[in-house]
Design a protein around this ligand. Structure first.
Ligand SMILES: CC(=O)CC(=O)SCCNC(=O)CCNC(=O)[C@H](O)C(C)(C)COP(=O)(O)OP(=O)(O)OC[C@H]1O[C@@H](n2cnc3c(N)ncnc32)[C@H](O)[C@@H]1OP(=O)(O)O
Ligand SMILES: NC(=O)C1=CN([C@@H]2O[C@H](COP(=O)(O)OP(=O)(O)OC[C@H]3O[C@@H](n4cnc5c(N)ncnc54)[C@H](OP(=O)(O)O)[C@@H]3O)[C@@H](O)[C@H]2O)C=CC1
Length: 293
């Protein structure tokens, strides 16, 4: 049994939020995109339009599809605008306290039958569910970046998630044209349990001087056929997000093999968060990315 989903709320309009709004609107859902910052919302809508326009140019969608998708998205700075959503997907920063606060506030305005999901990369679904008034209607729907291009979505049940919520989330993901991988609720789930230690190890490789940024990325692109080098990918994900995921792994599994590299910590402390702040393992302020080490 599934619940009918017509209107989807997306909380947080960063790179994941705008990607989720994009694919949901293109699949015919009405979308309310929320953020604490009006400027963020404006730039998210511009990014969505840019990505849809690129899909039109590549003949993946029609000009009518682009217009209709944009018309289905409204933006709002207040969570009150999500009151009549059937499904809400939280995709704010990877900080448990921020997410808990959002769930507390949004549950107060949602209808009782609405499903609440998080796009968290790593945080316990069971623990986040416990901060809501509806743990049985709470689930992890974990999209991959960039959302319009990646085929996979991880689904993670908390201890209390009921079958109706799981089946509805599964049907929703299928409507977006994406494949599901089901993960148990352990730190960082499947993709990031494997991917992030690899990225962290690449940063240790840099920290210990085994290779410079260019050599490490070239090694993994040309030597292992990864589409992006691990440092380029870390910048793409966001170094703050990478660090948060490593911290969840380190604390949650209590194993020193997940210790975040001190160089990753230093970059985040400097505010060098990767592409989103124009500087990380590469400097993106010029015509082409320049390695910073
Ligand atoms: C941290 C987490 O919690 C989980 C994660 O997401 S981990 C990160 C997972 N993601 C990855 O590992 C991405 C690795 N990189 C890649 O797969 C590729 O480099 C890439 C898909 C991003 C780009 O591929 P490419 O061949 O260099 O570029 P290009 O041919 O221009 O783009 C391929 C497609 O991606 C889309 N795309 C590329 N960048 C995009 C972006 N920033 N936003 C939206 N769409 C984008 C393009 O529109 C294109 O779509 P179509 O196939 O529909 O035409
Ligand atoms: N980056 C990635 O590759 C992936 C990330 N994720 C997960 O998705 C989530 C978002 O990541 P990402 O999009 O990269 O992060 P970004 O930093 O790009 O975006 C986060 C957005 O959330 C906004 N925000 C912060 N606090 C609130 C709030 N209280 N209410 C509403 N919006 C808020 C931020 O606004 P402001 O900047 O103004 O604070 C920003 O616009 C994280 O949980 C992350 O782990 C999942 C898969 C892949």
């Amino acid at each position: 049994m599934t619940v009918a989903i017509k209107k989807v709320g997306v909380i947080g309009s960063g790179q994941m939020g705008n990607g989720i709004a994009h694919v949901a609107a293109l699949a015919g859902f009405d979308v309310v995109l929320n953020d604490v910052s009006g400027d963020r919302l404006k730039s998210a809508l511009a990014t969505i339009n840019g990505n849809l326009t690129r899909q039109v140019a590549k003949k993946a969608i029609s000009e009518t599809d682009r217009k209709q998708a944009l018309d289905r998205i409204t933006s709002a700075e207040s969570l009150d605008a999500l009151a009549d959503c059937d499904l809400v997907i939280e995709t704010a920063i990877e900080k448990e306290e921020t997410k808990r606060k959002i769930f507390h506030e949004v549950c107060a305005v949602l209808k009782p039958e609405a499903i609440v999901a998080t796009n968290s990369s790593s945080i316990s679904i069971t623990r986040l569910a416990a901060s809501t008034d509806r743990p049985e209607k709470f689930i992890g729907i974990h999209f991959m970046n960039p959302v319009p291009a990646m085929e996979l979505v991880e689904l993670i049940r908390g201890i209390a998630t009921d079958d109706m919520t799981f089946d509805t989330a599964k049907a929703f993901v299928a409507k977006l044209g994406k494949q599901v991988a089901v993960s148990e609720d352990f730190p960082a789930f499947i993709v990031n349990r494997i991917l992030l230690p690899m990225i962290n190890e690449a940063i240790y490789t840099l920290y210990e001087g085994v290779g410079n940024v260019e050599a490490i990325d070239a090694a993994m692109k040309l030597g292992a056929h990864h589409p992006m080098g691990p440092l380029e990918l870390a910048d793409f994900i966001g170094l703050d997000t990478c660090l948060s995921i490593m911290q969840v792994l380190h604390e949650g599994l209590a194993d020193s093999k997940y210790r975040p590299c001190p160089l990753l910590v230093k970059y985040v402390e400097a505010g060098w968060l990767g592409r989103k702040s124009q500087r990380g393992f590469y400097d993106y302020r010029g015509d082409k990315p320049i390695p910073t080490r």
